[in-house]
Design a protein around this ligand. Structure first.
Ligand SMILES: O=C(CO)COP(=O)(O)O
Ligand SMILES: [Zn+2]
Length: 214
């Protein structure tokens, strides 16, 4: 096995456990993937992110064919929609984290911009977050909805379901997902309060200084 693949397996187990233990996705919800030079690693369907076994992770070849390990997550169309539209994407994280999922259930949130720019890190790590309409978990119907947005947006909320975020590494995707979750929490905590949003000039300054998002 290549050093790249063993590091990716170890990263999936370590980050999966860390996120599960911090309550970022309950039960067997959520799924993770990493793009390798010769294919993809996915978390198996119905697996708990807290207890992944590196040898049982699902390996797919470059064409998306399952070649080893347990059967992959049913959200393959969701993950591949990101990989197909974002050549820079090396990992995708999908969780059912409480606050981002709560936002995805609200009827009065702007579907093109669900997370207001209230702190610098959400601008730097996440950017504008659209919401795509609800589709059944695992349905291929999500793919065109994601493909229409993912080229411009590494982070998307699935309506009535939860967040999905692509990154240039697994660590980057996890950090962006955590930032999205924390910002969703701040947004909900401050609902109804007078908020000072970052000004357009402040956002432009952050974007010019930290061209970080992938
Ligand atoms: O979050 C999930 C579906 O959206 C979990 O599905 P899997 O167990 O198939 O990965
Ligand atoms: Zn899900």
């Amino acid at each position: 096995m290549s050093p790249e693949e063993s590091a990716a397996r170890e990263g999936l187990v370590r980050w999966g456990r860390s996120m599960f233990e911090r309550g970022l996705t309950p039960g067997s919800s959520g799924n993770l993937s990493v793009r390798l030079a010769d294919g993809y690693l996915f978390t198996p369907t119905n697996s708990c992110l807290g207890f992944l076994d590196s040898e049982r992770l699902s390996k797919l070849d470059g064409n998306g064919k399952h070649i080893s390990g347990d059967p992959p997550t049913k959200e393959l169309p969701l993950h591949f929609a990101f990989y197909e539209t974002r050549p820079s994407a090396r990992a995708v994280v999908h969780l059912h984290s409480t606050y981002a999922t709560a936002l995805s259930c609200l009827a009065d949130v702007d579907p093109n911009d669900a997370i207001p720019p209230i702190t610098p890190y959400v601008v730097m790590r996440v950017g504008k977050v659209p919401i795509v309409p609800y589709t059944r978990p695992g349905s291929a119907d999500v793919a065109p909805l994601i493909r229409a947005k993912a080229g411009d947006h590494p982070a998307i909320l699935l309506g009535n379901h939860g967040p999905v975020v692509a990154g240039t590494s697994l660590e980057a995707a996890v950090f962006a997902t955590e930032e999205l979750e924390e910002t969703a929490k701040l947004v909900l905590l401050t609902r109804g309060m007078a908020i000072r949003h970052l000004a357009a000039t402040e956002i432009a300054d952050l974007e010019a200084t930290f061209m970080l998002r992938g």
